[in-house]
Design a protein around this ligand. Structure first.
Ligand code: ZN
Length: 270
């Protein structure tokens, strides 16, 4: 099944690999990178995002972690991302699914879903998740699931004060992250401030810490799948919101006997 495509673990600094998509543009085209993460086993949302990013002319892809957890298609989402051969960083749900440790300290709904998810993946798939990197530098920017200060602590950045700690460890002008499932933009230009997650041009002299939002379980009150496009030629970051077949995703969650609130929260974007 995995006979073709580039190896799943390119080294740090390796140029972003184009997806194995026959519609992908040639190498002479300006780079348009789709950054997508917090998929959380929501296959319908993932497919909708990939279709939209192809329509948008994206020719590179980066997965921001948390491929699995919460929703009902962990193996399908894992294989889909893996087939793309793009850089992937590790999220906390990827790590928890890959391990065998107790999930007692976790909130009960997430723990139930993770326990279920562990049973849906085979050893080889869990090993693939375990080997994902926490942080990568790609081109002249960095990607991390949570924050650059102690990435394995999985701290949440929810305000500009949290973002300050990250900036102390951010040595590239731009760093993309996820984890909170809320798209946000923090800018450091003297002081640190937060600006709305809308189209933003990367200006010289400032640093940017950008949350690309969540594909499979947005938590900003908007149920639609979220991802970001980084247009390298124009130094432009654009956020995209994409409708998907949420009823199918919810039905699968109920059929899998996962906690019903996981289906309900999708509609609320919480
Ligand atoms: Zn997540």
């Amino acid at each position: 099944m995995q006979a073709s495509g580039p190896p799943p673990h390119p080294t740090i600094g390796t140029p972003v690999q184009p997806a194995a998509d026959p519609g992908a543009q040639g190498s002479g085209d300006p780079r348009r990178i789709a950054l997508f993460g917090d998929i959380h086993a929501n296959l319908e949302a993932l497919e909708a995002v990939l279709a939209d990013s192809a329509e948008q002319g994206c020719n590179d892809y980066i997965c921001m972690g948390d491929i699995v957890g919460y929703n009902a298609n962990p193996a399908d989402c894992l294989e889909k991302v893996r087939e793309m051969g793009c850089p992937v960083i590790k999220g906390n749900h990827d790590e928890d699914t890959a391990g065998n440790h107790s999930l007692e300290s976790m909130n009960p709904v997430a723990a139930t879903a993770l326990e279920w998810t562990r049973g849906q993946l085979d050893d080889e798939q869990r090993t693939w998740l375990r080997r994902l990197r926490m942080v990568r530098q790609i081109e002249d920017f960095t990607v991390v699931h949570s924050t650059l200060d102690q990435p394995s602590n999985w701290n949440y950045v929810t305000n500009r004060f949290d973002a300050m700690s990250n900036f102390s460890y951010q040595f590239t002008q731009v760093c993309f992250h996820g984890h909170t499932h809320v798209p946000r933009v923090y800018i450091k230009d003297g002081k640190v401030r937060e600006v709305p997650a809308e189209s933003i041009v990367i200006e010289p002299g400032s640093k940017y810490f950008i949350n690309v939002g969540s594909v499979g379980q947005p938590r900003d009150g908007d149920w639609r799948a979220c991802y970001a496009i980084y247009d390298l030629a124009h130094k432009l970051v654009v956020f995209r919101r994409i409708e998907y077949d949420i009823e199918t995703t919810q039905r699968k969650i109920r059929e899998a006997d996962l906690p019903p609130m996981l289906a309900e929260r999708l509609a609320d974007g919480r």
